[in-house]
Ligand binder design. Structure first.
Ligand code: UN1
Length: 499
């Protein structure tokens, strides 16, 4: 009988009110049942909100440097348990353990960044227009934050949201993707061990349209941060708009790597292999379009196909594996659907089917897939697939490449390989994305810089770096008039002033 896991509400590990559970299975070996996790309901979310409201009252009064010290301790415990967490993450998510170690490291980096932010959280002090009066702003916490996260970065993305929210003095309710409940359970164990006060962090497991929806619709949750599909993000956005909630959305991408004729082709080749097939293409930042200049198209494509053929598929904990499985049946169905569309629209030059054979038949493995002669504007060239499918598009000059890069509805990351310094600066200026890489792939964002995209990738907020602290806090402005008399702004100073 598989272990039954629990929610963490009000400082206690508790069973779901529904008494129901869902299975967490290894996507590389479906017969490997990892455990049962709560399929919670609205009542559990109600309890979590009440606990988080009580926790908020304590936490918001805790000095920010002290909150930071706790997050430093959390980071230290994550370092100690890095390998164990990475292995658990690989078992439930599928990517290689080298990648899940990176995923956990991104959480550690985020903890240490948050820890020092506790001694900053800068406001502004500016001169008042009146004599004997001070004017300043500072950042205050908002309340209970609902954090809804996807499967592809089971540790990094929850920590991107949770640690800045906590550092700012908020309490949180977190709901991990239902494919990866274990990793966040381990994170919450660490927060508990580090001494997080009761009710400040609450974990409610369950399905998106049950628990996720209950969090988004709850009047006691004024802040929501969601990472996931554009379709779900639109629903979340509509509800939060109607309820006047503060919302951060991080959604789809259709990221392109541009290769100019003067590029170092070996470097461009390593970049596209990592960008397109790392994490089995299941990153918002994955390279799903390769825009190649006519002059180097044939040489690059030939080498790309032969290198992609050598990628070893398998269970991410086994030695020598490069690419893991897709996350679940729905992901597999979606990739198969796009391959069928692609066969109508373009030329399939590699893969295109389920990967089978020893060690693969029990998992959601899909062959690394490459389409050539993909037409800009076609479905393959514009829609997010979230799998190991790369669309190769030809171009004849940089302006055309920039135009193709920009003519999709998403705008997360882009990349250009060139040795021309002027062109690389033009790319940084004209590529319509939240992140542009020069001579590096479309993936690889670092935790201490703002992360996010333009257009329908998001709603203008950023995760990571210094900007996320603005999302999780509210600006308060204070004026102190020590003149001892009524001073009317915009009136007394102008009527009496010679200027
Ligand atoms: C995502 O693509 O879903 O930039 C997040 C990267 C990672 C984060 C990606 N650091 O590839």
């Amino acid at each position: 009988m598989a272990d039954k896991h629990k929610n963490f509400i009000g400082g206690e590990w508790v069973e779901p009110s529904t008494g129901e559970y869902f299975e967490n299975r290894n996507p590389a070996k479906r017969s490997d049942l990892i455990g049962l996790w709560p399929r919670s309901g609205r009542e559990d979310v109600d309890r979590a909100v009440a606990a988080a409201q009580a926790g908020f009252e304590v936490w918001r009064r805790t000095p920010a440097p002290e909150r930071g010290a706790l997050l430093k301790a959390v980071g230290d415990l994550m370092v100690e348990r890095k390998d164990e967490i990475a292995r658990a993450a690989t078992r439930e998510m599928g990517k290689t353990v080298q990648e899940t170690r990176g995923d956990v490291q991104e959480g550690i980096d985020t903890a240490y960044y948050a820890a020092v932010e506790g001694r900053r959280l800068f406001g502004h002090t500016v001169p008042s227009e009146l004599r004997d009066k001070w004017a300043m702003s500072y950042r205050r916490p908002i309340g209970v934050c609902g954090l809804i996260t996807p499967f592809n970065f089971p540790m990094a993305i929850p920590t991107w949201k949770m640690f800045p929210a906590l550092l700012c003095g908020n309490s949180v309710i977190t709901k991990p993707g239902e494919d990866v409940p274990h990793t966040v359970s381990l994170l919450v164990e660490i927060l508990e061990a580090a001494g997080i006060p009761t009710g400040v962090v609450n974990l409610v497991h369950g399905l998106g349209d049950e628990v996720g929806a209950a969090i988004v619709e709850h009047t006691g949750v004024p802040v929501v941060s969601f990472t996931g599909s554009t379709e779900t993000g639109s629903v979340v956005g509509r509800i939060c708009g109607q309820m006047h909630k503060r919302l951060s959305l991080e959604m789809g991408g259709k990221n392109a790597q541009i290769v100019m004729p003067d590029a170092d082709l070996d470097l461009a080749l390593d970049g596209v292999l990592w960008g397109a097939f790392g994490t089995t293409g299941q990153r918002c930042t994955a390279t799903s379009r390769l825009l190649v200049h006519d002059d180097v198209h044939d040489a690059l494509l030939e080498r790309l196909v032969s290198r992609a053929c050598e990628l070893k598929l398998g269970y991410g904990l086994d030695a020598g594996v490069d690419v893991g499985p897709l996350i679940n049946q729905a992901a597999l169905d979606k990739v198969e659907k796009y391959v069928a569309i692609g066969k109508q629209e373009a030329e399939l030059v590699l893969g295109g089917g389920r990967a089978t054979g020893e060690g693969l038949d029990d998992g959601y493995f899909f062959q690394p897939t490459i389409f050539d002669n993909v037409k800009p504007g076609s479905r393959l060239a514009t829609e997010e697939i979230f799998g190991p499918v790369l669309s190769v598009i030809r171009f004849s000059d940089a302006d055309e490449a920039f135009r193709i890069n920009n003519e999709v509805k998403y705008g997360l990351s882009s990349s250009i390989y060139t040795r021309d310094v002027n062109l690389s600066f033009r790319a940084m200026q004209d590529l319509d994305n939240g992140i542009t890489y020069v001579n590096a792939p479309t993936i690889g964002a670092e935790a201490h810089l703002p992360f996010g995209g333009v257009k329908q990738t998001g709603n203008g907020h950023r995760e990571g770096g210094w900007e996320v602290y603005e999302f999780y806090s509210e600006t308060k402005v204070c004026y102190v008039d020590y003149s001892g008399k009524l001073q009317r702004a915009q009136i007394d100073n102008y009527d009496a002033s010679p200027y």
